[in-house]
Design a protein around this ligand. Structure first.
Ligand code: CTP
Ligand code: MG
Length: 232
């Protein structure tokens, strides 16, 4: 297929506050990582999946091993250790990919309920020739730019989009962007920003409300409600 997927799952989940890595938190009886891997496998587009885990996490290593067993005839699935930031974890994942891929998708395990259609839309746009593709949703809240406790500007909401994952890239372009980026850059929160910084056009496709990121306790409650709804 020429498609590789990096699933970053090495975060600690501070905002969720369960005291264990977020990918290990249960939702409807399965870990968030299990949900995320099911979604990646259901999309059926990867030839290799690299899952980036908190270093030394045996529970999540077991989850990856289980997914490998379940994916008979499916993609090769491997686990690697992540780093201190999301971008460091993405880099660990990229380093483990074979050099032969045409397309790389980078996905947050925390977007555990992302529908396969989002993967398809992103990958399709990349194979149509876009070097960088992100799934987006319209912004529902009015967004203010604030300095101190004072609003300095209100951007026109009509031009704003909230960004989800999987983000899709031409493999060579993404690897080049990472190779020439400074090692750590707190303001660079995703790979699309690296591409933007190089002047590469980043294209958007429709995201999906179900691709929301489980960040807080409320998000986990929503995810559980979604699972209860779709399994009855
Ligand atoms: N991530 C990662 N390595 C890190 C930090 C984050 O692989 N050092 C991953 C997370 O596992 C998650 C995704 O990046 O799938 C998005 O990050 P976020 O939602 O911020 O997860 P956490 O960093 O775990 O959560 P928090 O910021 O609340 O601690
Ligand atoms: Mg984080």
């Amino acid at each position: 297929t020429g498609v590789g997927v990096v699933v970053v799952a090495a975060g600690s989940g501070q905002r969720l506050g369960h005291g264990i890595p977020k990918a290990r938190v249960l939702c409807g009886g399965l870990t968030l990582l299990e949900h995320a891997l099911r979604a990646v496998l259901a999309a059926e587009l990867a030839e290799v999946v690299v899952v980036v885990l908190p270093p030394g996490d045996e529970v999540l290593a077991g989850v990856v091993a289980g997914a490998t067993g379940a994916a008979q005839g499916g993609p090769r699935i491997l686990a690697v250790a992540g780093g201190a930031s999301r971008s460091a974890s993405v880099r660990s994942g990229l380093d483990a990919l074979p050099a032969t891929l045409r397309t790389i998708l980078v996905h947050d395990a925390a977007r555990a309920l992302t529908p396969p259609e989002v993967f398809h839309r992103v990958a399709a746009r990349v194979s149509e020739g876009a070097a960088a593709v992100i799934p987006v949703l319209p912004v529902v809240d009015t967004v203010k730019i604030v300095e101190g406790d004072v609003v300095t500007r209100t951007p026109d909401r009509a031009v704003l989009r909230a960004v989800q994952t999987p983000q899709g890239f031409d493999a060579a372009a993404l690897l080049e962007a990472h190779a020439s980026a400074p090692a750590e850059h707190p303001a660079v929160t995703d790979d699309a920003m690296l591409m933007e910084a190089r002047g590469t056009a980043v294209h958007v496709v429709d995201g999906d409300p179900l691709a929301f990121k489980v960040t807080t306790a409320l998000d986990l409650t929503v995810a559980e409600a979604v699972l209860a709804r779709t399994t009855t």
